[in-house]
Design a protein around this ligand. Structure first.
Ligand code: KG4
Ligand code: ZN
Length: 344
C-alpha cells in the first residue's frame, strides 16, 4: 500500500500545534514536521492558563502554524491524505478553534477528518520516537492538565483509564508550589533546576494516596501542595530562612516517588512490561531517573519520548490519526463537536 500523509491539529490548551507524519504501507509512522506556537508567556502573570487568552491566541496562530508545518516538511496542502484534530478533552473555546480549522482544511482539500482524543495522542507520539508499541502497554500521562494511568491495548481503539488524580495534576502541583516559592511560571523547569542543589530528604512531605487502604492507581497532589505552603508559612513565621533548593528537592522527591511507585505497581497489576511516560512533567530529570531505576529493577521497558514531543503538539495528533487511519476506522462526521470532557 502507498504511503499516506496525515496532518494533525492540536489546540486543547495553550499550545497551537500542527504536525505532519507519513503513514507507511507497513503501518509504521514517521515524523515529518512539528510546528508549535505557545501562548504560555501571555498566561505567566496569571500563574495559569486563562481560557479566553488561549482561544484568541489559537485563532491568531492557527493558519501560520499550519503553514509552517508544511514548509518544514517541504510538502504542499495537496499532499495531505487525511486530517486529525484534537476533539477533546481540553478547554472548550480553545478546542473549537482547532476543530473548526480542521473541518475547513478537510472540506477544502476533500480529505477525511478524524476527531481524536488528546490523551491518546500523548501515547501515540511515542511511536514516532521508538517505533510500534507492543500489543499491551501502560502509559502514564503527567502534565499541567492531566495525571493518568492508561492501559493501552490498541493505540487506535482500546485505551482504558485505570487511575487518575483525584484533585491537582502533577504539573499543576509544580506550578502552585512555584508560586508559593516565588519562582516563575510554569513551575516545573525552575523547581527541577533548584532541586539539583537541594537535599531530597531535608523535609518529609506527604505521599498522597499511598496508604494500605487507599486507591492503588489514583493520585492526589493537593495535600502535598498544601503541606509545602504550610511549611513555608511556618518557617517564615518563626523567622527562619527557608532553603528553597531543599524545599524543591523534597517536594520533587515526593511527587516522583509516588508517580514511579504507582506506575510500576500498575504495570505489575495489569501484567504489562512496557511503560510510556509522556506529558510536560515527563521532562523532569528526577522523574526519568527514578523511573529508569525502578523499571529496570522490575523488568519493565521504559519509553519516554523526547521533551519536545512530550508537551502538547500537533505531531502527536497526526501520529494518533495515522494509527486510526491504518486501523480502517470510519472518518468523523463533518459536524463533529469539540468535546471538553471527552473520555479516553
Ligand atoms: O504537557 P504540557 O506542556 O501542557 C499541558 O499541561 O498539557 O505540560 C505543562 C506542565 C506544567 O505544569 C509544567 O510546570 C510542567 O509540565 N513541567 C515540568 C517540567 N517541565 C514542564 N514539571 C516538572 N519538571 C519539569 N522539568
Ligand atoms: Zn496534553
Amino acid at each position: 500500500e502507498r504511503d499516506r500523509i496525515v496532518l494533525g491539529i492540536e489546540s486543547s490548551c495553550d499550545e497551537t500545534g500542527a504536525g505532519l507524519v507519513r503513514l507507511r504501507g507497513d503501518g509504521t509512522v514517521q515524523l515529518l514536521s512539528d510546528a508549535v506556537a505557545s501562548s504560555v508567556d501571555q498566561h505567566a502573570r496569571f500563574g495559569g492558563v486563562v481560557p479566553e487568552i488561549a482561544s484568541r491566541a489559537h485563532l491568531e496562530a492557527m493558519a501560520p502554524t499550519v503553514r509552517r508545518a508544511f514548509d518544514e516538511a517541504g510538502l504542499a496542502l495537496s499532499d495531505v491524505d487525511a486530517i486529525a484534530v484534537t476533539a477533546g478533552p481540553g478547554l472548550a473555546g480553545a478546542l473549537m478553534v482547532g476543530v473548526a480549522a480542521a473541518k475547513a482544511y478537510a472540506t477544502a482539500l476533500g480529505v477525511p477528518l478524524f476527531g481524536v482524543n488528546h490523551l491518546g495522542g500523548h501515547v501515540a507520539v511515542d511511536t514516532l520516537e521508538h517505533g510500534p508499541l507492543p500489543p499491551r502497554c501502560l502509559a502514564m500521562l503527567v502534565s499541567g492538565g492531566h495525571t493518568q494511568l492508561l492501559l493501552v491495548e490498541d493505540i487506535a481503539e482500546k485505551i482504558t483509564q485505570i487511575g487518575s488524580t483525584i484533585d491537582d495534576a502533577a504539573g499543576e502541583a509544580y506550578d502552585k508550589v512555584a508560586r508559593v516559592l516565588d519562582l516563575p511560571y510554569p513551575g516545573g523547569p525552575p523547581i527541577d533546576r533548584m532541586a539539583k542543589q537541594g537535599d531530597p530528604a531535608a523535609i518529609a512531605f506527604p505521599r498522597g494516596l499511598t496508604g494500605p487502604r487507599d486507591s492503588r492507581h489514583d493520585f492526589s497532589f493537593s495535600g502535598l501542595k498544601t503541606a509545602v505552603a504550610r511549611y513555608v508559612e511556618q518557617e517564615q513565621r518563626a523567622g527562619r530562612e527557608i532553603s528553597v533548593p531543599d524545599v524543591c528537592a523534597s517536594f520533587q522527591e515526593a511527587v516522583t516517588d509516588v508517580l514511579t511507585a504507582k506506575a510500576v505497581r500498575a504495570a505489575r497489576d495489569h501484567d504489562v512490561d512496557t511503560l510510556v511516560i509522556s506529558g510536560g512533567v515527563a521532562a523532569n530529570s528526577r522523574l526519568s531517573a527514578l523511573a529508569a531505576e525502578r523499571c529496570a529493577a522490575a523488568g519493565i521497558e521504559l519509553r519516554v519520548p523526547r521533551p519536545r514531543l512530550c508537551t502538547d503538539n500537533g505531531a502527536m495528533i497526526a501520529a494518533l490519526g495515522a494509527h486510526v487511519l491504518a486501523s480502517g476506522a470510519k472518518p468523523s462526521p463533518m459536524d463533529i463537536p469539540a468535546n471538553p470532557g471527552l473520555p479516553v
